[in-house]
Design a protein around this ligand. Structure first.
Ligand SMILES: [Zn+2]
Length: 272
């Protein structure tokens, strides 16, 4: 396969670690050019540090570390404000002026499209229309990313998601052995992400489990402290032998392919 270019578009630093790190490490190891773009610095994430500029700087540094571990050739931040999330979910009422969800999505799409064109990207990875678990910045990633791919004429658009069926099963099982924080509610996963039948790509990333774990661990500010939904902290508690099993697959939906399609590599041709 000749080297190609894949751009991964995420809302906040650490989203790449959770959803697409294995695929990114795999593509880089295969000699493809991997570019990571985030919309925001995640300066309103939940952490021990106060939200604000300093947290944004810390999180961008963590992002560069994570990107280096995964073999990314380039990292860009579009510079929008992290819209934030209320601890119980839903949109934060007080938002920065340049909050990503309030941004002119056409303008944001053009900024991303400029990178896609500069890179002559073959593939753009975004999120599913629900934005995974529903963070408004993630929904905006879907909207902006879809439009950017159209402007730039990017051939392959993959929506990074999670196959929620085995996830819910595994979290239930894990809950019998590990104590999740009380605010971590397995039920929230039952309507999030995508069900098995809508998924077109199942990418085996077990070989890259070590890099994926290291990428998660690089986001230290998100893996400790805070008092709310510590998804990353919970994920890092998964014991090493189980980790490859739990995080050994990454899932994508490619909407221009018929449902029921089952591909295993982001650059797989269709029909085969
Ligand atoms: Zn996020």
């Amino acid at each position: 396969m000749p080297p190609r270019t894949a751009v991964f578009f995420h809302a906040h630093p650490d989203d790449e670690a959770l959803l697409t790190a294995g695929t990114m490490a795999m593509l880089a190891a295969e000699g493809h050019r991997v570019v990571l773009v985030v919309a925001t610095a995640g300066e309103r994430g939940l952490a021990e540090m106060e939200p604000g500029e300093a947290l944004g700087e810390t999180r961008l540094k963590e992002l560069y570390t994570s990107a280096a571990l995964l073999g990314c050739a380039r990292v860009e931040c579009l510079g929008y404000g992290d819209s934030g999330l209320r601890p119980k979910g839903g949109i934060a009422e007080e938002r920065p002026d340049n909050a990503f969800i309030d941004a002119d999505s056409e303008k944001a799409a053009k900024a991303l499209a400029a990178i896609l064109q500069e890179e002559d990207a073959d593939l753009l990875a975004i999120y599913d229309p629900a934005g995974g678990y529903g963070h408004p910045d993630h929904v905006q990633v879907h909207r902006v990313g879809k439009r950017a791919a159209k402007i730039a004429g990017t051939e392959i658009v993959l929506e990074a998601t999670v196959n929620r069926d085995p996830l819910v099963r595994l979290l239930r099982l894990a809950g019998r052995f590990y104590k999740f924080p009380p605010e971590f509610d397995v039920r929230t996963f039952e309507s999030a992400y995508s069900s098995s039948e809508t998924i077109t790509h199942r990418v085996n990333v077990r070989k890259y489990a070590k890099q994926k774990r290291a990428s998660m661990a690089a986001h230290a500010s998100q893996a400790s402290g805070g008092d709310s939904d510590r998804t990353l902290a919970v994920m890092l508690k998964v014991p090493r032998p189980l980790y490859r099993l739990v995080f050994g697959t990454e899932w994508y939906v490619r909407r221009d392919l018929p449902p029921g399609t089952r591909l295993t590599h982001p650059f797989d041709r269709w029909p085969k």
